[in-house]
Design a protein around this ligand. Sequence first.
Ligand SMILES: [Fe+2]
Length: 212
Amino acid sequence: MRRRCPRSDQWIYQFDRALRTLAPPTARTKSPVPVSSGDKTLTAFEAHHVAGMMRVNHSGEVCLQGLYQGQRLFTQRPDASAQMQQSATNDLGHLALFSQRLRQLDSRTSLLAPCFYIASLSIGATTGLLSERLGLGLLAASETQAARRFSDQQSRLPEADQTSRTLLRKVAVEKNHHAQLALEAGGVNLPAPVQWLMRGAFKAVSKTTYHG
Ligand SMILES: [Fe+2]
């Protein structure tokens, strides 16, 4: 069994993760978003629409980072903690990809990202404190919700934007995998009313961030 890190090391780790989530992602991803050869020039309206969706997705990744890090503060099982760390690290790559896509579209991430991170960190810590299985269930439901959003967005992208379509398809697959891992680690399936509440909360985030 792995030895748990001292509490002080965990706080340093959490601080590092917060910085990585909220700081500009200049060198965070090894492979930048590859621009598809099938792309055509987007109109100003189309570029604005795609940037809105990418900004919503970036905010969603910030929320996921907060949930993972909050949950990990109180996770007792080293294997579950390691699994969450692996998924969260993978998601940092997603976050960087959405940020890069926004820059390719000459746009930016939401100014409210730090608020989303703090709110999600609090929710993750609270559920982690209440029950590890509940926290893992919340992570699984959040990942599944993100994967569904990416699938939905693929149908709303302009035909000319193959780059964003490829990006969404790739990230959706990984989100579903993370959801599966969280359930396998012991996460419970959340009751429908809780999932409705989560969808409502993320709709509010989406409406706030789509326009900037
Ligand atoms: Fe994920």
